[in-house]
Design a protein around this ligand. Structure first.
Ligand code: PLP
Length: 389
């Protein structure tokens, strides 16, 4: 095993795919998902601290063993108030929410239709469900319609993200929900990057007027705009009851820590009461995109395609040395050939941070582009010299 681990590390190094979780320093953060800065909000921290004192450091067991704690109940109420869904069920993370709901809805009688760019947790959930599955090209409604029309299974689930985690673009939820209603299927929308961002913070499902529809359910994470940790499935009370009884990551996983639940609940209430937070985030996102020379996206995530995985890693390292942290997405986070930098805006970025951060990104990207052009030119010239006509 040791020799194999060494050989795997060598392959990663050679391909520019080595990852590390370097210690956090004082950098300008254009990489995290703390879109509204709520992880450090005094009110969120206070709610979390109070829950620690009231309920202890851990949830002690699964909720089917130890019951539902007040912090979980309050979180689920607040998520419903924010997003407009009838019902919510908290999980220990967004990842386990996705695994739980997909495995609980799947099986041989359910066709899973999923966008090519959905998150790893959704792909894993589909695999775990052992359902027949069709991957459709990104944002291709015709392909979704064709898969729904041709299905032989009695049930179907269409799996999308409201705002895609790496590309930063949006799904056409109204059109996808229309198809699901026509073909009697369920649209499952991962709102990880939509809640706190789209629809004045209420999420893209609410913005499209789809919360409460029997053909639409969603998953959420508390770990991004809500600044905490944990996840949830949002939908009908019937769906919630089904999950309490069948979702393995709800039944066989220790419940969400009460302090994380309370932080997420307080953050959800703040987002609902202060729609200006999401507006400030979107303003900063626009400035970030414009100054870094990329087309503005639908939310906080700005995506900058970079030729190779090695170049993406090089640029991210150089920026880090300049005190700017950006996301670097390489395989297996993205398919081969589409490595990219992922820049994220936050509503609480100061004008100075935005200025310094975007100046550094623009300069390093321009240098990388001109180095790539010079090397392309050199290889053309070299070709001419060695192949005289
Ligand atoms: C689209 C999407 N879904 C789910 C998750 C998982 O959420 P969590 O970090 O709460 O497990 C993420 C996080 O990276 C994500 O981007």
């Amino acid at each position: 095993m040791d020799a194999w681990l060494h050989s795997r590390a060598e392959v990663r190094e050679r391909r520019g795919l080595q990852r590390s979780a370097t210690p956090q320093g004082t950098v300008i953060d254009l990489a995290s998902n703390d879109y509204l800065g709520l992880s450090a909000d005094a009110r969120v921290i206070e709610a979390s601290t109070q829950a620690l004192h009231d309920h202890g450091a851990g949830a002690r067991a699964s909720r089917v063993v130890c019951g539902t704690n007040q912090a979980h109940q309050y979180l689920e109420e607040q998520l419903c108030l924010l997003t407009g869904h009838d019902s919510a069920l908290a999980f220990s993370s967004g990842y386990t929410a996705n695994l739980g709901v997909l495995a609980a809805l799947g099986g041989p009688g359910t066709l899973m239709i999923f966008d090519a760019h959905v998150h790893a947790s959704l792909r894993d959930g589909i695999k775990l469900s052992r359902s027949p599955a069709v991957e459709v090209p990104h944002n291709d409604l015709n392909a979704i319609a064709a898969a729904l029309a041709g299905r032989t299974q009695p049930r179907a689930v269409v799996v999308l993200e409201s705002i895609y985690s790496v590309l930063g673009d949006a799904a056409d939820l109204a059109a996808a929900a229309g198809l699901c209603a026509t073909y009697d299927a369920l649209l499952l929308v991962d709102e990880a990057h939509g809640i706190g961002v789209a629809g004045g913070g209420r999420g893209a499902v609410a913005a499209a007027g789809l919360a409460g529809s029997v053909h639409v359910a969603a998953t959420a994470t508390l770990s991004k705009a809500l600044g905490s940790q944990g996840g949830a499935v949002l939908g009908s009370t019937l769906l919630r009851e089904h999950l309490v009884n069948t979702a393995r990551t709800f039944i066989f996983d220790t419940a969400l820590a009460p302090a994380a639940a309370a932080a997420g609940a307080r953050a959800a209430a703040i987002v609902r009461e202060e729609p200006g937070l999401a507006a400030a985030l979107l303003r900063n996102a626009e400035v970030l995109a414009q100054r870094c020379g990329v087309a503005p996206s639908a939310g906080a995530v700005q995506s900058v395609p970079v030729g190779s995985a090695a170049l993406a890693a090089e640029i991210a390292t150089e920026l880090r040395l300049e005190g700017v942290s950006v996301g670097c997405f390489r395989p297996p986070s993205v398919p081969d050939g589409v490595s990219r930098l992922r820049l994220t805006a936050r509503g609480n970025l100061t004008a100075q941070e935005l200025d310094t951060g975007t100046t550094a990104v623009a300069r390093v990207l321009a240098a990388a582009n001109s180095a790539a052009e010079n090397s392309a030119m050199a290889s053309i010239n070299h070709g001419k010299a060695s192949n005289p006509a």
